[in-house]
Design a binder for this molecule. Structure first.
Ligand SMILES: Nc1ncnc2c1ncn2[C@@H]1O[C@H](COP(=O)(O)OP(=O)(O)OP(=O)(O)O)[C@@H](O)[C@H]1O
Ligand SMILES: [Mg+2]
Length: 248
């Protein structure tokens, strides 16, 4: 289980997270929604220790990791697969080597084993033709899928996805959504997914949490969110131009 307890974080002199509380149970997919710039990516970075909370606690599988130093946190991070919003590929390595990187860093697999594992993920994400290309030579959607392939290459127990479907065409988005669901069902993966894409949220989420002004203002099942009586949640999920978010 993954727990965020009263997490506060200021950046650039601004209070971004103002007491985030969230519990993600084992095997569950929780989708975090919220406006652009509200702190969704910052929340994920606090979970994986790339940013440290100013106040509050992060508890992973019962261990309080908040004050872990870099060395200890890097152990924790091995439990995670992370798809960064940008894809975060290394621009001087081809797609195949980017995807293989965690295997080369964290396992003792021989080159044949590495290749077999990479092939499996390339095929899964429809990237076989792109294997020898550099990140700058492929489309944004391919970079996103390569980032996803790298995120899942170590078969992690917990996967954090930052905007997995943004910049993808509708067919590819559906395929990514199905992949996220399949990993939950087949491998029992625990997932935290950040997205603006309500269609995707309704498809994959066990629970949806809305971040607003630095706090989770509501967390519930798809039905609970769809039928929320909170006007802020309603405006967001219905994509209305007027309402409390826009102050109109
Ligand atoms: N390293 C940083 N230094 C200073 N400010 C930062 C830093 N990282 C994020 N911020 C600020 O924190 C706020 C939240 O950023 P964050 O990237 O978490 O937004 P988001 O909810 O993920 O938005 P989007 O949906 O556009 O990705 C923004 O105002 C951003 O400018
Ligand atoms: Mg973001």
């Amino acid at each position: 289980m993954l727990v965020l307890e009263n997490v506060h974080k200021s950046l650039g002199g601004k209070e971004i997270l103002r007491g985030v509380n969230l519990e993600v149970r084992d095997g569950e997919t929780v989708v975090i929604i919220g406006q652009s710039g509200t702190g969704k990516s910052v929340t994920l970075k606090n979970i994986i220790g790339l940013l440290k909370p100013d106040k509050g606690r992060i508890i992973i599988d019962g261990t309080d990791v908040t004050d872990f130093n870099e060395k200890k946190y890097s152990e924790v991070r091995r439990k995670f697969g992370v798809l960064f919003q940008s894809g975060a590929l290394i621009n001087w390595m081809n797609i195949e080597d980017n995807i293989a990187l965690p295997l080369r860093e964290h396992t003792r697999m021989n080159p044949d084993q590495v290749r077999a594992k990479v092939d499996e993920k390339l095929a899964l994400l429809n990237l076989l033709d792109a294997r020898h290309k550099m990140p700058s030579e492929v489309s944004g959607g391919m970079r996103k899928r390569a980032g996803l392939a790298r995120a899942i290459i170590l078969d992690p127990k917990i996967i954090l996805y930052d905007e997995p479907t943004s910049g993808l065409d509708p067919v590819m988005s559906s395929q990514i959504n199905e992949l996220i669901m399949r990993m939950q069902k087949v491998l029992g993966v625990t997932s935290v997914v950040v997205t603006h894409d309500m269609e995707s949220a309704y498809m994959i989420a066990d629970r949806i949490a809305m971040l607003f002004e630095g706090r989770i203002i509501e967390c519930g099942t798809r039905e609970e969110i769809r039928n929320s009586s909170n006007p802020i949640v309603r405006q967001f999920v219905e994509g209305l131009t007027s309402g409390p978010i826009t102050g109109a």
